[in-house]
Ligand binder design. Structure first.
Ligand code: AMP
Ligand code: ZN
Length: 490
């Protein structure tokens, strides 16, 4: 297998990727909190990991890809305060929380399908793993790193930090955290403001509630990912991903929980995808600064001059490296559309090229290696796309007759483009689709020609003329010759 280097947020450097079990990869990605439609910022993060998943599969790994659904426990102020995001929506709309969950889980899946995502191997829900979460809390309590107050249980961050490094992932220092956080106002049950909830007592009006050894309540948000990743991938697994904004506190807390519960660091490679911004600000539901995927398809948004296809948006996103901030603009999207169409067009042209004895001025083998090198260097999709365009140029030269290509190299270009454009970048195979339609159209017109011929044999000239005239009206001309009828499409 080829050497793959991945930037590990924990060590802040690119490391050679060596999975725990040869040939197998366990990958966990924090999924959406399903209380609203996903915006295209969310789509960007999930797309980064869809690309990672696709490339690992292409390299031949057997990947168990777990991406959860947060359907409980994510409070308004990240993890510890305010109302549960889903319950709040249910309350506002006077529906069951599970109706909110269902609606936005369906939206999430539909959106990802439109962008041609692969489905993960397992998509577990927080509410489906309450028992596992309670078990973890019991263990952390037993080990003395959590405390119970009034039916809530909190993780003792200061105690943990005595022997561990709380902040190792995000680079934060506990002293700064202590310095920068407000002192508790007497309303909180926590010993220290840095502590985070493992279990929260449910007030009477809190609708999402479960029984526990500490009374009726609900789990803290950080806990679900520890419970589900451990259950499906084990105590130490290969890759954990999420958006950059989840590094702290969410992932930092995941590490602390797992360190205490399992006695080791849970993840070998932490990957964080960077943000999509709009007008220089992070796209976020809470600020209203976002674009919904559907806006692209309808074009109805003050941020867009026209509609755009899902393939074009996917191409736009993957033209940036997953660790770089990407700022959205209509102009940038228009430029991507040109590039995307050019790439797809060249794949269509490729099918029509004639091969020669020799390939001139282009080393296809070396080009293919450069495509792999780009992806092996921390999934560098912008470099990969630049490499793809070098072959686009060559394809056009062959078409114009200024270069030649051997049969062998033509096949190699086709198979390499299939790998990188369709399998790895996940751009839709519009070409295949278009060809399928072309075939169907041809069959349909031939059927009509046959029916017209039969009508003429039966002297039903009214019908035969009708077929010819109406086909002509939609731009399909029939021409009769001594060898039969042929057709031409405008
Ligand atoms: P949420 O449903 O808010 O938990 O977000 C789901 C995923 O989207 C998380 O991994 C976030 O880090 C990510 N995310 C949220 N906002 C953005 C953004 N503007 N750009 C990229 N990713 C984002
Ligand atoms: Zn998570």
């Amino acid at each position: 297998m080829r050497d793959l280097y991945i930037y590990n947020s924990l060590s802040s450097k690119k490391e050679k990727f060596v999975p725990n079990q040869q040939g197998h990869v366990g990958m966990y990605v924090c999924g959406p909190t399903v209380y609203s439609n996903v915006h295209v910022g969310n789509v960007r993060t999930f797309m980064s990991f869809d690309m990672v998943y696709r490339y690992l599969l292409h390299l031949g790994y057997k990947v168990r890809y777990v991406r959860n659904i947060t359907d409980a426990g994510h409070l308004e102020n990240d993890a510890d305060d305010g109302e549960d995001r889903i319950a709040k929506k249910a309350h506002l709309e006077k529906i069951e929380p599970m109706e909110v969950v269902q609606r936005y889980t369906v939206d999430f899946h539909n959106t990802l399908n439109r962008f041609n995502f692969l489905t993960p191997s397992i998509e577990p829900t927080a509410t489906g793993h309450i028992i596992e979460q309670i078990e973890i809390i019991k263990q952390i309590l037993e080990k003395g790193f959590a405390y119970e107050v009034n039916g809530s249980v909190y993780f003792d961050v200061l105690k943990y930090n005595q022997e561990n490094n709380y902040g190792e992932l995000s680079g934060r220092k506990i002293e700064d955290l202590i310095h920068n956080t407000r002192t508790l106002d007497g309303q909180s049950d926590k010993k220290n403001p840095q502590d985070f909830a493992l279990w929260k007592r449910a007030d009477p009006q809190h609708i999402m509630r479960w029984p526990s050894p500490w009374g009726i309540g609900f789990p803290g948000w950080h806990l679900e990912c520890t419970a589900m990743s451990t259950k499906y991938l084990g105590k130490n697994f290969d890759i954990h991903g999420g958006g950059m904004d989840l590094k702290f506190p969410h992932h930092e807390c995941e590490i602390a929980q797992a360190e205490i519960c399992n006695g080791n660091s849970p993840v070998n490679t932490w990957m964080h995808a960077n943000m999509l911004t709009l007008n220089g600000q992070k796209m976020a539901k809470s600020t209203g600064n976002f674009i919904l995927p559907n806006d692209f398809f309808t074009g109805e948004s003050k941020h867009l001059s026209k509609s755009f296809s899902a393939g074009c948006v996917r191409f736009f996103i993957l033209q940036a490296h997953y660790r770089s901030v990407l700022d959205f603009s209509n102009d940038a999207l228009l430029a991507s559309e040109k590039g995307y169409n050019k790439l797809m067009e060249s794949i269509r042209i490729l099918e029509t090229l004639n091969s020669s004895l020799k390939t001139s001025d282009f080393n296809i083998e070396a080009w293919k290696e450069s495509c792999y090198n780009a992806m092996n260097d921390d999934f560098n999709s912008p470099i990969l796309i630049a490499e793809l365009f070098s072959v686009v140029k060559f394809i056009n030269q062959v078409k114009d007759g200024t270069s030649t290509v051997s049969k062998e190299d033509l096949d190699l270009i086709t198979s390499t483009l299939n790998i990188f454009v369709f399998d790895v970048l996940g751009l839709q195979n519009m070409n295949q689709g278009a060809n399928q339609y072309k075939e169907k159209l041809k069959d349909t017109v031939e059927l009509l020609i046959k029916m017209r011929a039969e009508a003429r044999i039966n002297k039903d000239f009214e019908l035969s003329d009708k077929i010819r005239i109406q086909l002509d009206e939609i731009g399909i001309q029939l021409k009769d010759s001594k060898d039969g009828t042929i057709f031409k499409i405008d």
